[in-house]
Design a protein around this ligand. Structure first.
Ligand code: BEZ
Ligand code: FE
Length: 287
C-alpha cells in the first residue's frame, strides 16, 4: 500500500485541492477553502450524492440567487433559517455565564430611531394593546448601569415593521432610543408585539415547506443596549404565550429571553426584565 496517496476518492480530491493551493497568495482563504472542499467531498461520498442530487442543488442555488436583489437577500434568509446566522452570532459574541445572551439583530434595525424620555411611548399610531416594560440594566455584580443607550424596535399588531412598509405606518413607529437613569432603570411604553412570518414566497420558503418547517417567528421585541465599558448587547425578548416559541425559524429563542406579559388595567399588559451586560474586554469588537 502506498502510504502517501489518500485511499478514498474524496480524500484524494481534497489532497489535490490542498496541494494546488500551496502557493496561493491569500493564505487565509486557501486554508478555509481547503477545509471546505475536504468537508464537502467527505459529505458527497458519505451521502452517495448522484447526478440528480447535484443538478437539484445547483438549481436551488440558482433560484436563491435569482430571488435576491438589493432589497431582499434570499441568501441571508437561507443562512438565517439553517441556523448559521445565529451560530456565527453566538460564536462572535460569547457572554460570561449570567450575562444576557446576544442574538441576531435582523434586517429591520435602524440607527435613526426617535429619542424618547423615560416612560414615553414608542407607539406613534397608538394601535394595539398597551404594554408597559420596566427594564433594569445591570452589570454581572447586580450593580445598575446608568446612562446606557437602550434602542428598541418591534413589529406592529399586523407583524409589520415600520421600515418594511413605510406608507402603512408613521415614520419611527414602534422604535425608540432611551437612556437608563442613575438606578439603571427605564420605562418603555409600547404595544404588545405580535408574531409574524419571515418571507416564504421564495425558494427558501419552498424548502421550508418541503421540510415541514414553519416560517412563523414568535412575538418579540428587539433591543440593542450599549454603555461605556460594556459589550454592546443585541437581543430579543419573546412572549412566553406564543405557540411558535419552540420553533423560531431563526434560532434566536433562549430561555433567558422569554418573558410573561401580565394583564394590567383595561386591556393592557405589563412586564419587567433585567438585562445583564458583560464588561468589555480589550481587543473585543462588537457591533
Ligand atoms: C426579525 O426578527 O426582525 C427578522 C430577522 C431575520 C429575518 C427576518 C426578520
Ligand atoms: Fe423581529
Amino acid at each position: 500500500m502506498n502510504v502517501g496517496i489518500p485511499q478514498t476518492p474524496s480524500r484524494r480530491i481534497a489532497k489535490q485541492f490542498e496541494d494546488r493551493l500551496r502557493s496561493a497568495p491569500d493564505r487565509h482563504l486557501a486554508a478555509r477553502m481547503s477545509r471546505l472542499v475536504s468537508a464537502i467531498a467527505k459529505l458527497v461520498e458519505e451521502e452517495r450524492v448522484d447526478r440528480a442530487d447535484l443538478r437539484a442543488l445547483i438549481r436551488f442555488a440558482t433560484e436563491v440567487g435569482h430571488a435576491s436583489d438589493a432589497r431582499r437577500s434570499e441568501w441571508v434568509l437561507l443562512a438565517d433559517t439553517l441556523g448559521i446566522t445565529s451560530l456565527v452570532e453566538q460564536q462572535v459574541t460569547r457572554r460570561p455565564p449570567g450575562a444576557t445572551p446576544n442574538t441576531i439583530a435582523g434586517p429591520f434595525y435602524r440607527t435613526e430611531a426617535p429619542a424618547r424620555r423615560d416612560g414615553e411611548s414608542i407607539s406613534i399610531d397608538g394601535i394595539g394593546e398597551p404594554l408597559v416594560l420596566t427594564l433594569q440594566i445591570s452589570d454581572l455584580d447586580g450593580d445598575p448601569v446608568a446612562d446606557a443607550l437602550i434602542e428598541v424596535w418591534q413589529a406592529n399588531a399586523d407583524g409589520v415593521y415600520e421600515n418594511q412598509a413605510p406608507d402603512l405606518q408613521p415614520d419611527g413607529n414602534l422604535r425608540g432610543r432611551f437612556r437608563s437613569g442613575d438606578d439603571g432603570r427605564v420605562i418603555v411604553r409600547t404595544v404588545r408585539p405580535k408574531g409574524y412570518a419571515i418571507p416564504s414566497d421564495g425558494p427558501v420558503g419552498e424548502l421550508m415547506k418541503r421540510l415541514g418547517l414553519s416560517p412563523n417567528r414568535p412575538a418579540h421585541l428587539h433591543f440593542r443596549i450599549s454603555a461605556a465599558g460594556f459589550e454592546t448587547l443585541t437581543t430579543h425578548l419573546f412572549d412566553s404565550e406564543d405557540p411558535a416559541l419552540d420553533a423560531d425559524p431563526l434560532f434566536a429563542v433562549d430561555p433567558a429571553l422569554v418573558i410573561r406579559f401580565d394583564p394590567c388595567g383595561a386591556g393592557g399588559y405589563e412586564t419587567s426584565h433585567r438585562f445583564i451586560l458583560a464588561r468589555a474586554h480589550p481587543g473585543y469588537e462588537d457591533t
